[in-house]
Design a protein around this ligand. Structure first.
Ligand SMILES: [Zn+2]
Length: 431
């Protein structure tokens, strides 16, 4: 938790989300082929499982996500999931009971009971999220929205919002939407997954509270993941044992399309989700869970530090070598050495300062880092000045003075390097 000088909460630190992509990149067959060809149906199941798990954890804390949509969920190569855009969560202040509402929603993810409502005056419950989660899981396992298919009614098909309002989806009771030729039958998923989809979109249409909870999805997806098996023909095909055969091979033979073409999969895993809670703290609102503020990694810092220090040492070596090789009587060489030293100090200063600027203002190390960077650079410059003046004052014909200047330069570089490196170590962001 970050506090300002007056002890007020101004935010908090959390791990950066790295190397992750938005969900459409993995469930949309064309995007998946381009961006993540190794992500097969097993991976998609685990992503769905981890998504349900994280949403379950958020619900248990009393929050409503409100704006669940594929672009707000990031997934990495290990199928670990992160929820972003959390500033739109609906939050209830545990002390005053005041509700900070979610005022945004996304087409296709708004449940029937919220259609046409003014979000700024409507309190939501996690039951609204249950519909959104089911749509999201459907996207992950099938690649498209459940309220889509072939319209069999009169005239043009109503838009998706209208279909949701009327409860018309491809496996609905007496639905005017039926599966199209490319629709993947609901039977290919584990029977328990199918049951939850039917319960959510059929029973849950008229009685929203009957929709499966995030915990229900979590439990059932766990069973479904364990039920998956690899097809004997294509190593990237995974199918439910309960379906009895490889649907993807069957589909390829029927449609000539394979949405999971052969490729190897990354090692993937599940992990207990972490929810950062502000309601125990003296804060009236959940601070923004900014994912970008700490994007600056330790790795980058180390690289910059190494580049800066190497820079100084190389220039020092060049200067020192150059002086020893220069004519004995050479005041100019001493001056040049001063110029090069100043250059080295300048480059280090620039690199250090450049990366310090990128650190968020709220970062506790920033002020200290800047101070120490200035001290380090001032140190280097002072030594440079002393050497420079000393060299000018030394006898004209003095190889020894040149050598001494080299030694002092190396010392200056060493001190700067030590100070920079010492303080860069302290910038390490602890999880
Ligand atoms: Zn197969």
């Amino acid at each position: 938790m970050l506090l300002d000088a007056g002890g007020n909460c101004v935010g908090f630190l959390m791990p950066a989300v790295r190397s992750s992509r938005e969900l459409p990149s993995i469930y949309h067959p064309r995007l998946r082929k381009k961006n993540a060809p190794g992500f097969n149906w097993y991976y998609l199941h685990v992503t769905a499982l981890n998504t349900a798990w994280i949403i379950q954890a958020i619900h248990e804390k009393g929050y409503v996500l409100g704006d669940i949509k594929p672009q707000n969920i990031l997934v990495n190569d290990r199928a670990l999931v992160a929820v972003i855009d959390t500033d739109s969560f609906q939050v209830r202040d545990s002390k005053t009971g005041k509700v900070y509402r979610c005022t945004v929603g996304s087409d296709g993810f708004t449940p029937v009971e919220l259609l046409g409502k003014d979000f700024s005056t409507t309190d939501q419950t996690e039951i609204c999220d249950r519909f959104r989660l089911a749509v999201l899981i459907h996207y992950l396992l099938f690649g498209y929205h459940p309220f889509s298919g072939e319209w069999t009614g009169a005239g043009e098909s109503p838009d998706q919002t209208e279909l949701i309002r009327k409860g018309l989806w491809y496996d609905g009771n007496n639905s005017l939407i039926r599966p199209s030729q490319t629709t993947i039958p609901l039977d290919v998923v584990h029977p328990e997954i199918k049951r939850l989809f039917l319960k959510c979109f059929n029973d849950g249409h008229s009685s929203p509270k009957l929709r499966p909870t995030a915990e229900d999805w979590h439990n059932v997806l766990q069973v479904a993941v364990n039920d998956l098996t690899i097809c004997g023909k294509v190593d990237s095909h995974h199918h439910s044992r309960s379906y009895g055969k490889c649907y993807w091979c069957e589909r390829k033979a029927k449609l000539g399309v394979d949405i999971f073409p052969g490729a190897t999969v990354e090692s993937i895993t599940t992990v207990s989700p972490k929810v950062f809670v502000a309601d125990d703290q003296d804060c009236t609102q959940v601070s923004q869970l900014s994912l970008n503020s700490l994007a600056l990694t330790n790795k980058k810092w180390k690289t910059a530090s190494i580049v800066g220090i190497t820079c100084i040492l190389v220039l020092t070596a060049i200067t020192l070598g150059g002086q020893l090789l220069s004519p004995v009587n050479s005041r100019a060489a001493v001056r040049n050495s001063g110029v090069m030293m100043a250059l080295a100090a300048g480059i280090t200063g620039f690199i250090t300062s450049h990366y310090l600027q990128k650190l968020p203002n709220t970062h506790p190390a920033k002020k200290k880092g800047v101070t120490n960077s200035i001290v380090g650079i001032a140190c280097a410059l002072a030594v440079v000045a002393i050497v420079f003046v000393g060299s000018l004052l030394s006898p004209v014909n003095s190889r020894a003075a040149v050598r001494n200047s080299g030694v002092i330069m190396a010392l200056a570089a060493g001190i700067t390097g030590f100070i920079t490196s010492h303080h860069l170590q302290k910038l390490k962001i602890k999880p």
